[in-house]
Design a protein around this ligand. Structure first.
Ligand SMILES: Nc1ncnc2c1ncn2[C@@H]1O[C@H](COP(=O)(O)OP(=O)(O)OP(=O)(O)O)[C@@H](O)[C@H]1O
Ligand SMILES: [Mg+2]
Length: 345
């Protein structure tokens, strides 16, 4: 019986006379320590588990049922496994399945979100195909208009698929440490050139203030992924910031970042414009989360950009900080650890 005390999950042993013979500390935390001499049916209250124990006593066969532990803040679902053991006793082990449940819930939410995102462009496409099939002659200008919309909707689906694939690649690589030594200022300049195409319409001005980084400090990174991070942050600043406003990209060398506990490099992308309400800020990196759904969809956004940024920053053992202030504007900063001489020896 003593051996059950060393087991790190709840265990209960019930004797042939239906009395509880023993429980380890984890089980006492659920059922209370005062079990000596008590019948199991007076300690366990859940009908599903009571029926399962009864069946094991009668048939000698293993039974597995869910057992819900009600805590102050939420319920924890355990898998209760009941087996027949020596001296006609029944041993019940409880396995915490809540983590598994959470993963399952996230997975089904994700599938529902993807289906929802694909549904609206698909519905539009089906509608236009049906309309065009139903009419023998369509005026060329109407046909051109329909085809233009259909092209926009297929582009949107394409972008969504590309972003989903990109997200799954980034997730798959998350545990592989990047090993390329990269030049951050070159990567940012390239991202600014790419995004400059977008500023022609929005009339934004992008200013870049690069930092002097000591030669001995090396940034080990994945160049393509960092490029993707800056493309999205700058593109967001253009899309969601003030039209014709100023966008500032600034890098800074930090000899010691207290959160990363090492030398670090920060890159902040700041735009002027409407502040983001505090309630939204912690949720911006969730997949498909958008502050203003319609506005983001109209600009062609899939709502996956910042989720991809977060995974890339995690892979680089860095951190992302979002600040919003009506005076200072919206600023998205990433902090990346640097390797210095000191770390190499
Ligand atoms: N610089 C910013 N200023 C104000 N709001 C922002 C800014 N950057 C992001 N947001 C908000 O965060 C949301 C999520 O951004 P994210 O980059 O993840 O998605 P997206 O831009 O909508 O789509 P995608 O990046 O996939 O094209 C945006 O829809 C927007 O509401
Ligand atoms: Mg974006």
């Amino acid at each position: 019986m003593e051996t059950i005390f060393a087991i790190p999950f709840p265990i209960m042993v019930i004797g042939a006379d239906q009395q509880i013979l023993g429980m380890n500390n984890c089980a006492c935390a659920i059922f209370g320590a005062n079990y000596q001499g008590r019948l199991y049916s007076n300690v366990i209250r859940q009908p599903l588990l009571l029926a399962a124990i009864n069946e094991v006593f009668e048939s000698g066969e293993r039974r597995e049922v869910p057992f819900i532990q009600s805590l102050a803040k939420q319920d924890v679902t355990h898998r209760a496994v009941c087996v027949y053991s020596e001296n006609q006793s029944v041993v019940i082990s409880f396995f915490d399945d809540s983590f598994q449940d959470e993963v399952e819930q996230l997975r089904s939410e994700f599938v529902a979100n993807v289906s929802h995102e694909l549904r609206s462009p698909l519905t539009a496409l089906i509608g236009f195909i049906e309309t065009m099939r139903g009419q023998e002659k369509i005026a060329p200008e109407i046909q051109a208009q329909f085809l233009g919309i259909m092209k926009r909707e297929t582009d949107r689906m394409n972008r969504l698929i590309e972003d989903l694939l990109s997200l799954s690649r980034v997730e798959a690589d998350e545990r592989i440490r990047p090993a390329q030594t990269v030049e951050i200022n070159t990567i940012i300049s390239a991202a600014i050139s790419i995004c400059n195409g977008l500023t022609k319409q929005s009339k934004n001005e992008i200013l870049f203030f690069p930092a002097d980084i000591p030669k001995e400090a090396k940034l080990l990174a994945d160049e393509d992924q960092l490029q993707q991070v800056f493309n999205n942050l700058i593109e967001n600043a253009i899309k969601y910031g003030e039209a014709a406003g100023r966008i500032v990209v600034e890098t800074q060398y930090l000899a010691h970042d207290p959160a990363l506990r090492s030398a670090a490099l920060s890159v902040c992308v700041t735009n002027q414009g409407e502040a983001i309400e505090m309630v939204h800020i912690p949720r911006l990196t969730e997949r498909f989360y958008r502050v203003d759904e319609d506005r983001s969809r109209n600009t062609g956004g899939t709502g996956l950009g910042l989720a991809i940024v977060k995974h890339i920053v995690n892979r680089h053992r860095g951190r992302l900080k979002i600040n919003s202030d009506p005076e200072q504007g919206n600023s998205f900063c990433i902090f990346l650890p640097l390797e210095t001489e000191h770390d190499r020896f």
